[in-house]
Design a binder for this molecule. Sequence first.
Ligand SMILES: Cc1cc2nc3c(=O)[nH]c(=O)nc-3n(C[C@H](O)[C@H](O)[C@H](O)COP(=O)(O)OP(=O)(O)OC[C@H]3O[C@@H](n4cnc5c(N)ncnc54)[C@H](O)[C@@H]3O)c2cc1C
Length: 422
Amino acid sequence: MKRIIVIGAGASGMMAAIAAARNKAAVTVVDAMERAGKKILLTGNGRCNLTHMDEHPEDSCFGADRGWIRAVMRQFPPAETRRFFAELGLPTFEKNGYVYPVTGQASSVAAVLTAEMRRLGVKLKLSEKILFLEKEDRIWKARTASWCYEGDAVILACGSKAAPKTGSDGSGYELARMTGHRIVPVSPALTPVICEGDFFRSAAGVRCRAEVSLYPRGTDGKSRGQALHRERGELLWTNYGVSGILVFQLSRFISSSRRPEKELILEADLLPDLSEDELFRTISARAEALGRERISVLFAGMLNEKLIPLILKNAELTGKDSCEKLLREKGRIEALVHGIKHVLLIPKGTKSFDACQVCAGGVDTAQTDCRTLESRLRSGLYFAGEILDVDGLCGGYNLQWAWASGYTAGRAAASDGTPGPV
Ligand SMILES: Cc1cc2nc3c(=O)[nH]c(=O)nc-3n(C[C@H](O)[C@H](O)[C@H](O)COP(=O)(O)OP(=O)(O)OC[C@H]3O[C@@H](n4cnc5c(N)ncnc54)[C@H](O)[C@@H]3O)c2cc1C
């Protein structure tokens, strides 16, 4: 019977262990933490958005070449994820494409995975951190401070550096380096963005609907060219910058850029459901109707009151100016429209690994075979999950990656690296 060591009992490690054990391997899972699946418990605000109905989840993932990611996702697509969990007694439901367990509890996901590992006779060794990994005489040896686990194959599923309190402290990258693998620089992704300026303190806590675009930054400090990425949804203002899912989706591009403050700029449209013409007409009509009233009154029903000073400042107006002034002075309304639909936010960087959900970067996928996730450098060494240079958008794509890669690596490791269907 083939002996397989899985390092890491997160989403991808548990899936790899189950796939390997179902393919008749003797599996030992080793994890540094005192319980398996600690990160799963945090997912989806405790509800676990475990996959997305998207038939092409690879299109919402970054890092590795898209064709490479597709080859892995195809071996265990989202429909298979739902079927797998249903068979483990965890039915799921879908909302706007996002898939959750019917219990509404992330802990249910961790519970059914650990139960399935027990049923299959997988050995789970907790509070054991692997410090060294080497291959001697065709045997893989994973050493803790006081013990050595031996196997015919090893699956590295140690996660990234995101949310290190859950166990993923980046030590997996060291184990990969030790075995000769290149690590694509690792940076936080799905995380808030820190911005320049002192306005943010006064707007902290505001939530508004917005469309935020990421642009290259011109030498004049403004956006230039085509948007690199665009997201619409709820924008959360904080005392250091901006947050919310739409900002998370853009954050990987900022954190993985070496000089974000010089190269990139965010532009927020604070009334994305109105075109510039519609907004112009709306402001003009309201200004006519309000006459001598203050401009701040005109915006009372359109924008959160804490954001109005920013808009007025950008248009060189104050809240005390009258609506008449807008009609009297040429170009004022155009300036306001521009100020609302093109709020410039200058990123200084992103929040750190402690605050991010995933990491961009990781083990260079060019050094692995997408059919098996076996290393091209060291036979019998496989990778699964976030340790690889793959990260996805919010929406269940990261866990889908964990399940698909865990399944692919586990199945192939148990079957002597036999490639799965691509
Ligand atoms: C707050 C939060 C919310 C999220 N919500 C979602 C969501 O709703 N949907 C979604 O798709 N994704 C979500 N994600 C991302 C998703 O949870 C991860 O992408 C996924 O769990 C990664 O799985 P993994 O198995 O690769 O790594 P991890 O889950 O990080 O597991 C790695 C394991 O390896 C162990 N380990 C590390 N190094 C060693 C070592 N040297 N020796 C022994 N053990 C080691 C760790 O203790 C850990 O248990 C969220 C992440 C966070 C932080």
